[in-house]
Design a protein around this ligand. Structure first.
Ligand code: TNX
Length: 545
């Protein structure tokens, strides 16, 4: 099996897919390969995956009684009168119908049997995103207080079913779910993934594919890095050259591209249908060459630089003393806020090495006020803590082991002053970091990040001097200097992304690498069934082929 791929040619892709299908046990009439039995702790052909053997690990699992089985007669019974429950039922049917080959009608009639999606649990401990899943001989019932909980419960149901459920063609069952109860709710409210669509542009279809993948692991934020030196990716009516000219290229000189407003709305809509909030980022005041190239007047010397297709950072800056700079920021944030139903706007703030310190602080003051004026909450990379974060602002920490004490202290001081933190340590969850020296794609400035290193840390105690209560959550960014396609994103994101999702969702008490690596190994055939070309880390006991 190909572990790293340097070339994108059709033949290795095809061979790879055939091998992956074999790994999934699909070529052997639906049987689970022998190694999978070990990797899924006792799962044998025909007997269901043990309750709780999923990623992220659920908060509480009580195995009990007989399994439930989906059959040709199964109905999906949703809470009558809830449009959202109905949509989630339709979504679940969409996942299950191709592989089971069953009709699986979605109905508002509660017959007590089948797959039941119920809203209105009285268990307040479940919060907005928690759920219970109860599986017994005649039914599996998912109950939640709100639709997001129901949706996450559906992801649990999906993972409890055999991997072949993810296939697009009819597979042999049986479609059993182990008996018992899962009671589950997230540790953190913010569980995100970031996609850099600036260094290389990704189409709406590619973004949707990533949305589906991160939703499977119960993430709830999609951060889109929409602008950088190499490309401006969102249409802004009042400054049309940003996208039309500044979106014209990408790293390496390819054609680039941008999202029209209707493209962006479609991404937001699709994300919302997977209970993900889009967090759009316009990186300011550095990382702005694409904007500076599009409008000469944004430059201090009035001269537009050429478009940039390299991978250096830190060379560009908006002209902070000029009034037009703030007209620009205001127009961009106003239009973006109007398109974005979510509460956050990310204004970057990282690596502004071509902006003087005082200018940086003054700029970030004004930019934050603009975000507030348009009714949104500021998110910035943690360099924002070197300026004056406004009340309610969120700082995204992307430091790593080599980050200096002074910088860490600045972050801790901001946290003490009430700034909440999203953790994205680069040597843990930057999914563009190479796994090891042989990884063909990605970068290595924060070191190599193998799967165990990526998983084995505790967000609650990670930053010295920062209490657990300051942590809003965990986000796994993927930067795209070296990544040009969904396939390449997936080689880097999988299998580390599920680990980042687990750090955001699962209680600290479930954290255990030895147990995790077995649960992760069991995801391998599921990745394959989904067409995900993942890195077969030697640290993980993948099912043998
Ligand atoms: C650092 S992380 C950056 C990005 C690069 C990334 C590559 C951050 C806020 N800035 O501009 O793409 O490293 O790993």
């Amino acid at each position: 099996m190909r572990v790293h791929r340097t070339q994108r040619t059709a033949l290795p892709r095809l061979l790879g897919s055939l091998l992956l299908l074999t790994a999934a046990g699909i070529s052997s009439a639906g049987a689970v390969p022998q190694g999978a039995a070990a990797a899924t702790s006792g799962q044998a052909a025909g007997s269901p995956r043990p309750l709780g053997q999923i990623v992220p690990a659920p908060a509480r699992v009580s195995p009990d009684g007989s399994p439930y089985a989906i059959t040709a007669g199964t109905k999906i019974r949703v809470d009558d009168g809830s449009r959202e429950a109905r949509k989630i039922g339709d979504y679940l049917a969409g996942v299950l119908r191709p592989s089971t080959g069953y009709d699986l009608p979605v109905t508002g009639h509660d017959g007590g049997d089948g797959i039941r999606l119920r809203l209105g649990s009285h268990d307040s401990a479940l919060g907005a995103e928690g759920y219970t899943l109860r599986s017994a001989r005649g039914s599996v019932t998912i109950t939640a207080r709100g639709p997001a909980g129901l949706f996450h419960g559906v992801q649990t149901l999906r993972q409890l079913l055999p991997d072949q459920v993810e296939m697009n063609s009819r597979q042999k069952g049986p479609w059993k779910v182990a008996g018992g109860t899962v009671t589950d709710a997230p540790r953190y409210a913010y569980r995100g993934a970031m996609l850099d669509v600036s260094r290389h542009f990704f189409s709406v279809a590619e973004v949707k594919r990533y949305i589906d993948q991160i939703a499977l692991y119960k993430m709830n934020k999609l951060h889109l890095h929409l602008s950088d030196d190499q490309g401006w990716r969102i249409a802004i009516d009042s400054w049309p050259r940003l996208a039309a000219y500044g979106g014209q290229t990408e790293v390496g000189g390819g054609a680039g591209g941008y999202y029209t407003k209707s493209d962006y709305k479609e991404i937001v809509r699709y994300a919302a249908s997977r209970y993900l909030e889009v967090v759009p980022e316009i990186d300011l005041p550095g990382h702005t060459n694409a904007a500076l190239a599009s409008y000469a007047k944004l430059n201090c010397d009035g001269a537009a630089p050429p478009l940039y297709t390299g991978t250096n950072v830190g060379f560009s800056s908006l002209c902070t003393p000029k009034a037009v700079t703030y007209d620009f920021v205001n127009d961009v944030i106003r239009e973006l806020a109007a398109l974005t139903p979510g509460r956050y706007i990310h204004i970057g703030g990282d690596e502004a090495r071509s902006t003087g310190h005082d200018d940086y602080v003054a700029f970030m003051d004004k930019a934050q006020a603009i975000v507030g004026k348009h009714g949104k909450t500021v998110v910035g990379w943690h360099q924002l803590t070197g300026a004056k974060p406004v009340a309610g602002a969120v700082a995204q920490y992307w430091g790593y082991d080599a980050t200096g004490a002074a910088e860490r202290k600045q972050v801790a001081d901001a946290a003490a002053n009430g700034t909440k933190l999203v953790l994205s340590p680069a040597d843990r969850v930057y999914l563009d970091m190479k796994y090891d020296k042989d990884t063909a794609l990605g970068l290595a400035w924060a070191g190599y990040v193998e799967v165990q290193r990526s998983y084995d840390w505790n967000p609650g105690t990670y930053l010295e001097g920062v209490p657990g209560s300051s942590i809003l959550g965990v986000e796994a960014p993927i930067w795209s200097e070296t990544l040009t396609s969904s396939d390449e994103i997936e080689q880097m994101a999988f299998p580390r992304l599920p680990g980042a999702a687990e750090l955001g969702w699962s209680p600290a008490s479930t954290h255990d690498w030895d147990a995790y690596k077995v649960r992760l190994a069991a995801q391998g055939p599921r990745f394959s069934a989904l067409g995900i070309d993942y890195y077969r880390s030697p640290q993980v006991p993948w099912p043998t082929q």
